[in-house]
Design a protein around this ligand. Structure first.
Ligand code: SAH
Length: 565
């Protein structure tokens, strides 16, 4: 498991230089700066909320401020079980590095690394670490600890003076200062075999086992458990599931990998499970249980990234109107895991900043089908691809283009890509929310662009929607290439609505320089609208009334006809 990229959080310009030095040690880490005080890689508005959100997302935190501030901010979360990422406080001038939380997440290792970068001594306070130079309860990646509670007792025994001996290969302990004695009763046992820990044993499992599947199995988790048990291999040593690439779209496999918390890798289907196991994990001992399931046990922890390849993933995401707060958390998580990002340059920039290892493929706004096909080509190679839309990807945006490309394709590799559409706040909804609730009752969403549909159908729909007394939301209301269409659209609407009908114009909503304007159909002219504007036209029941803070509220009541008692 790769360590997660930390977030460096600063409150003012005084810490920026130290933050940049720490960033040299973690080149992918972003500096989060308090908006209005300091320019980082990312701006945040509220320190407490930001820190708590990072913590809850299990992101390691390097906060350049007083330790006390960090403790008070995170205190409400500490009693909850769940993620405990490393959290460190670093003095603004880089003179002190204090690991605060996440002892089992490697906080002391981070403290040592940061301190080395800043050329100071880390403030390590964990007794076991100080004494032994390593945290026994936090073995390196590739190994997992058997039982934490038992481990804590074991470490206190050693601290109390008990000697210890090591059984099995524990190369990371070579440098540790453990009170070793070949006669010791306490043992650190490293091995993949299933065993009951005796009271004097600390069990550490190397993740050195792959279970290889060559055909779909009904109860896969059950079969895996049974096979491991039969082979006397501990589930804790499972590093990954490996499957024939013909099974790439299998839900059973995906769910089994999730249940075991291991990676899922695919190899070319060239025979039974034992054959696949031998070719995908060279040098491993292969225990074949059935034709369709085999266990490969290696001498070392497995480097899963070297085995076959992952199933490709394609996510079509909506950024929302622009402001980071309006982006759904699932989209944020997807942006973090992506290897490739495709989209119109403006939106790709809006979705960033990205890490150096993420590849950006910026294209012109109009090349939608080409972009969709490119996305599948990349994902079919096993990459994790994002196609970016503003607002919601399903509203006059990339989701439909991506599905159209897939529908047209007969390439099985494209159909095996894990495809997901993640929603966003669409411009009509973001604009409506700022104005009040102009879309509070039935409404109709239309694009006024006649690029991909005949103008005659737009006129017909406008006419019928206006006649049906639906509130109207116009996307793509006007552009240089389509100068007269909006005027004609308003004429049609005007045949069914009074000039007093409320109209909301939202321009660059959720972006810098946003404007919101409430006017009426009678006063609306095409000059007030451009391609970055959302036009909302009320129905016959839409009302306007002044707000105490200035301007107006606009809403369309939930009822129609006579107001219910
Ligand atoms: N998928 C997008 C819409 C793309 S069509 C969404 O769901 O929001 C592009 C049109 O959306 C623009 O011409 C404009 O009418 C509207 N639009 C997009 N973002 C906007 C914003 N931030 N403010 C106002 N209108 C916006």
């Amino acid at each position: 498991m790769a360590a997660k990229t930390p977030a460096i959080v600063i409150l003012g310009a005084g810490s920026l230089a130290t933050a940049r030095r720490i960033q040299q040690r973690y080149p992918d880490a972003l500096i989060h700066g308090l908006a209005g005080r300091v320019e980082g890689d990312r701006q945040y508005l509220e320190f407490g909320a930001t820190l708590r959100e990072l913590y809850q997302q299990d992101t390691p935190i390097i906060a350049l401020c007083a330790a006390g501030i960090v403790i008070r901010t995170l205190a409400p979360l500490l009693l909850e079980k769940g993620a405990e990422p490393p959290v460190l406080a670093v003095a603004e001038d880089g003179s002190a590095v204090v690991p605060l939380l996440g002892g089992l997440g490697g906080v002391n290792d981070m403290a040592r690394d940061i301190a080395a970068t800043l050329r100071v001594a880390p403030a390590i306070t964990t007794s076991g670490e100080l004494r032994f130079g390593t945290c026994l309860l936090n073995p390196p990646s590739g190994y997992s600890l058997g039982d934490l509670e038992q481990g804590k007792r074991f470490v206190s025994d050693l601290l109390a003076g008990e000697p210890v001996r090591i059984e099995g290969a524990a190369p990371w302990l070579d440098q540790a200062q453990l009170p070793q004695d070949p006669q010791a009763r306490r043992t650190i046992h490293v091995g993949h075999a299933e065993r009951e820990a005796s009271t004097h044993e600390l069990l550490i499992y190397p993740r050195s086992v792959a279970v290889v599947v060559s055909a779909e199995l009904a109860d896969l988790p059950g079969a895996v458990r049974a096979a491991l048990q039969q082979a006397n291999v501990a589930l804790r040593s499972l590093a990954c599931l490996v499957a024939a690439d013909t099974l790439m779209a299998s839900t059973v496999l995906r769910e089994a990998a999730l249940e075991f918390g291991v990676a899922l890798r695919f190899v070319a289907a060239t025979g039974d499970a034992a054959t696949l196991a031998r070719s995908s994990v060279p040098g491993a001992t292969v225990v074949s249980t059935t034709d369709n399931l085999a266990i490969a046990v290696a001498a070392q922890p497995l480097d899963v990234a070297q085995i076959g390849r992952p199933r490709g993933r394609l996510a079509v995401i909506g950024l929302g109107p622009g402001a980071a707060e309006l982006m759904v958390p699932a989209v944020k998580a997807e942006l973090a895991r992506a290897t490739d990002v495709l989209g119109y340059e403006t939106y790709v920039r809006m979705a960033g900043p990205f890490r150096a290892d993420q590849v950006l493929h910026c294209t012109d706004n109009r090349e939608e089908m080409q972009r969709a096909r490119h996305a599948f080509e990349l994902a079919a190679q096993g990459r994790s691809v994002i196609v970016v839309s503003s607002g919601d990807p399903g509203v006059f945006a990339m989701a439909a283009a991506v599905l159209e490309a897939l529908h047209e394709s007969s390439d099985p590799a494209w159909h095996q890509v894990e495809l997901e559409i993640l929603p966003g706040v669409s411009a009509s909804l973001a604009t409506a929310a700022q104005a009040g609730a102009p879309l509070g009752h039935d409404f109709c969403v239309m694009s006024l662009s006649d690029n991909l549909k005949p103008w005659s159908i737009i006129e017909k729909r406008l006419d019928l929607a206006a006649e049906a007394d639906l509130a109207l939301a116009f996307y793509n209301p006007i552009s240089r290439a389509r100068p007269w269409q909006l005027g004609r659209a308003l004429e049609i609407v005007g045949q069914h609505r009074t000039p007093q009908t409320p109209v909301v114009l939202g321009r660059d909503i959720g972006r810098p320089g946003q404007t919101l304007r409430v006017t009426t159909l009678g006063q609306l002219t095409a000059e007030q609208v451009d391609m970055r504007t959302m036009v909302l036209i009320g129905s016959s029941t839409t009302c306007v009334f002044p707000r105490a803070s200035g301007g107006n509220w606009v809403y369309t009541p939930r009822w129609y006809g006579a107001k219910p008692a």
